[in-house]
Design a binder for this molecule. Structure first.
Ligand SMILES: [Zn+2]
Length: 40
């Protein structure tokens, strides 16, 4: 099982079934929201 981790706050966002990849980095909805607002 793999884990998706927020690259901004290191929170675990989600889990997924994948034999090759154990960890993916993404953004949780909270940080994604902040960055959208900050970029404008
Ligand atoms: Zn986050």
């Amino acid at each position: 099982m793999g884990t998706i981790i927020c690259q901004s706050c290191n929170n675990t966002i989600d889990h997924f079934e994948n034999e090759k990849v154990s960890t993916l980095y993404g953004k949780c909805t909270c940080c994604d929201d902040k960055q959208k607002k900050a970029s404008k």
